[in-house]
Structure formats: C-alpha cells, structure tokens
Design a protein around this ligand. Structure first.
Ligand code: PLP
Length: 485
C-alpha cells in the first residue's frame, strides 16, 4: 500500500466525471467506475493506494452510497480494486499487471531515424571556442595531480554565483561538480538512501531517475501530476508527504520532465515545510531552470525556503549547453558536500579538469548562449505545436512555458503501440509508460522540441500516418500492454 486518498481529494481528481464521453448511455455507477479507471490509466491515481470508504466518497461527490457501492463492485470485477473486509479497498491493475521500467535511455546512432526519444539539443556554436580557451587554460592545472573530488574552484565559484544571482546566496564550498546531473543524483542517493528506503516521485517523471532509484532498490511512491492544469495537486502532494513520510522526495519543479510544468512559489514553500515536518529530504532536479520561454518569470529556487538543510539541488550543463560535456553539480550544505566527496572517491574520484574548464568558459558567456537557446527552443516548440494541431487535432497539448518537452494527451491508450509503429517509419518515440512505474500513462506521449523545426514537422507527419493505420489495423495490435524490460 502506498497511502490513502481521502474522499474530497478523490472528488477533486475525478472533476467532471458526470460529463465523460459515452456518459449518456451509462448509469452513474458505471460512469464513476470508468472515471476511476481513467485516473489509474493516466497515472494520476497511483496503484496500491487506499480509496475512501464508500460513505465518505458518496458524501464528497454528493451522490447516493448505493452508487459508490456499485462502482466499487464493478472496479473489483474488472480487476482495478482489491478489498478486504474491515481493511478497505486498494487500487490495482487487472491481473496484478505491473510493467517494470529499466529507464535505459540511449540515443540511436541511425542517422536516418528522427530521434524524439532524447530531449537534448545539439551543441551550441560557442562550444568550440570554449574548448579552445579551456585548452589554453590547462597548463595552470598540469603541475598538480588533477584530482579535485569537489571540482575545480573556478567552476564551483561560477556555479555558486549562478545560484546567488537567482536569489539564493551560495558559496563555492556548497557546490560539488559531478559528471552530469544523473551522476549527481546517483551520488546523493548513495549518501542519503539506504537500500530499500522510501522515495516519493512525480508521475510521470524522468525515466533515468527511476533507474537510479531502482539501483538503490528504493520503495517508490508516486504523486500523479495533472496533464493540463498546474501539474501538482497541492493537497495530495502535501498529504502524501504527511502520510507516507518518505525518506526522500525527488522533484523537478522547473519545466518538469516530461510535462513541462513549473511549480509556483507558494507550493514550493509549502512542500519544503511539509518535507521538513515529515522528516523527508528533497532532491530538487533543476536541469531545465535556465530554459524559461516567452519571458516566463521563474519562482525562487526551492532551496530558498529551506531553513534545515533539507533541500539538495542538482543541475548541470546538459540542457542549456551540451550533454556531451558531462558536467553537472550538487548544491548542498558545506558538510554535505564534504560527505558527498567522500562517497565520490569510491566511485570515480573526480571529474575531468579539461571539461570543467570548458564549462567555466561557457558559463562566462551564459547570457548570449542561453538567450540563443531559448529563442531556438521557442521557435521549435511552436513548429511542433503547429504540426500537431494540423495533423493530429484530436491530441490535447498545452504549450509548455519552458524546458524542452511537451506532454501530449493522445486520443486513445495507444502510446506504446504508436512508438512501435513509428519506429518502422523512422521515428523514435518515448511512450508514456516509460515515464511511470506501473504500465499506466498509455494515453500520453512525450515529445521533445530539441530537433530542427523541419525534422519535427516531418516526424509529426509520419506519426500521424501510423496513428491512423493503427485504427485501420483494428485493436489487436495495441491491446497487449507493452512490456518494457
Ligand atoms: C530531469 C533530468 N534530470 C537529469 C538528466 C540527466 O542530465 P545529465 O546529462 O546532466 O546527466 C536529465 C536529462 O534528460 C533530465 O531530464
């Protein structure tokens, strides 16, 4: 069991369940059961969560208890609910089906393929200039052994200055340079999470974070994000922290991967306070913080609200600059950084000095480079949205105000089948279930806008072709749940 959902909370999640498609033909209890199944399929209602007692839900929805009883009965019959007398009812999927995610995420080398599986930009033109300048700087370091477990001081200072400029005073001894954000996450988990420890994550979330958690054999609970509105449901998120008191929570508050949501300032403050009260440490992944689009204003960093060293922030160069650089960092208290460095010497000792020098030069040119990236991403996002509106008008998409991905709600639970069919026409897709734990999220697809506009438009055209082929081929091809192993 991963917690419980109260009557009012479920009522809020269910929203306008009366108005669901096909509603006119079905009685109230069937519509209610269908709406609960929909929440499960979308990942907004986690598996293993205890539903409210029948009377409580009836009161919250202002319907008769008999209707809720009949809806729960139908959910039991379809395998979406397990009940034990006196103990309550828990959500599940038919046949106890769970699809594991390896989270393995590797770009393809096939040059003919339009790869929408990877959400990262090609290197900016300034990278070569920065690399040449870094080579010029290198002699300053050649007289030493070259091992800097927390990173070279110039880069730590530049990263610390970036936080200070965002309104979060930070000194270099609070920064540890890592070999990418993924490495930062892995190191923090090694330090903070005993094998089998509990971690709360968003659903959907970044697949490689799930892989890192699987590596620590973490017990994962999820907070389902809404696809359309603001993303995080404040009451449910704070309630989950209070009820499950996880050891850690991993959150992506800036342009969340994959949904693109931006967590507002008041919720940041409440999450940090609730985490502290629950004894939960927060790992805040700021991978996309440099990429607000359309002049979107950023709320203060999560760590601004932290008075008790509960927040560890991680970030890196990959999204605004280039993934091939493999430079990331952790921002924590100075003693935590020292402990992380001690863990790190048992893993990889230190990050390459030359790459760190390249990062220093790129950060010195940040306004120009990042300004260009934002303009490029906004144009590509608009091209992608335009192509989707034209070729796949039944899909629901909300324009993200930053980051590099959008989270499309499809016109059916076909994401995995679509990804398989798209591969055959030269488009690689990351289907919805890759971003969750339970094999749900089949009605969603992450689409990055990191490729040139012409590639995005071409890809959408090919996807639209196979989408309608799926329907012509009948349901057989996509009825089987896709197992990712
Ligand atoms: C949310 C999130 N965290 C971490 C990473 C990994 O970043 P890095 O290349 O810095 O290891 C990514 C890359 O896609 C990401 O989207």
């Amino acid at each position: 069991m991963t917690g419980e959902v109260r009557g009012v909370q479920l009522a809020r999640l269910l929203g306008q369940w009366h108005a669901l498609p096909g509603r006119r033909r079905s009685p109230d209890y069937a519509a209610l059961a269908g709406a609960v199944r929909g929440l499960l399929a979308d990942g907004r209602l986690p598996l293993g969560v205890r539903l409210p007692a029948e009377r409580e839900l009836a009161e919250a929805l202002r319907i008769s208890r008999t209707t809720v009883t009949a809806a729960y009965r139908q959910l039991r019959e379809t395998g979406h609910l397990a009940s034990r007398r006196g103990a309550g009812s828990w959500t599940m999927l038919p046949g106890n089906h769970r699809v594991a995610s390896t989270g393995l995420w590797t770009p393809l080398d096939d040059r003919e393929m339009i790869d929408l599986g990877v959400a990262a930009l090609a290197a900016p033109p300034q990278l070569l200039t920065a690399a040449r300048a870094a080579a010029e700087d290198l002699p300053r370091y050649l007289g030493g052994a070259g091992y800097h477990p927390t990173g070279i001081i110039e880069l730590r200072e530049a990263v610390a200055d970036g936080y200070t400029a965002r309104g979060l005073p930070t000194s270099a001894d609070q920064i540890m340079v890592t070999s990418g954000t993924q490495h930062a996450l892995d190191l923090v988990l090694r330090l903070a999470l005993a094998p089998g420890g509990s971690v709360l994550v968003e659903s959907p979330t970044y697949p490689n974070a799930l892989a890192a958690l699987a590596g620590r054999r973490a017990r994962i609970t999820t907070h389902g994000l809404a696809a359309d509105s603001g993303g995080w449901e404040a009451d449910l998120l704070l309630g989950s922290l209070r009820q499950t008191r996880p050891r850690l929570a991993y959150l992506i508050p800036e342009f969340q991967n994959p949904t693109g949501h931006l967590m507002p300032a008041p919720l940041r403050e409440r999450v940090v306070a609730a985490a502290h009260a629950a004894g939960t440490d927060l790992i805040v992944d700021e991978s996309f913080v440099d990429l607000p689009l359309d002049g979107t204003e950023l709320p203060p960093p999560m760590a601004t609200f932290d008075r008790h060293s509960r927040v560890v922030s991680i970030g890196g160069m990959s999204k605004p600059y280039w993934g091939g650089l493999r430079i990331g960092w952790v921002r924590a208290s100075a003693p935590q950084v020292q402990r992380l460095a001690a863990v790190r010497v048992g893993v990889d000792m230190a990050s390459p000095v030359l790459d760190q020098l390249v990062a220093v030069h790129l950060l010195a040119d940040a306004p120009a480079i990042v300004g260009d990236r934002r303009a490029q991403l906004a144009a590509q996002r608009d091209a992608l949205l335009g192509a989707l509106a034209h070729r796949l008008p039944d899909w629901r998409v909300t324009a993200p105000r930053g980051g590099v991905t959008l989270w499309a709600e499809l016109d059916g639970p076909v994401s995995s089948a679509l990804a398989r069919a798209a591969e055959e026409v030269g488009v690689r897709l990351a289907p919805g279930p890759r971003f969750g734990l339970d094999g749900t999220l089949e009605r969603f697809l992450r689409l990055p806008f990191t490729l040139p506009a012409a590639d995005l438009v071409e890809a959408v055209g090919r996807i639209a072709g196979v989408r309608y082929d799926l329907d012509r081929a009948g349901r057989q091809r996509w009825q089987e749940p896709a197992v990712i192993a």
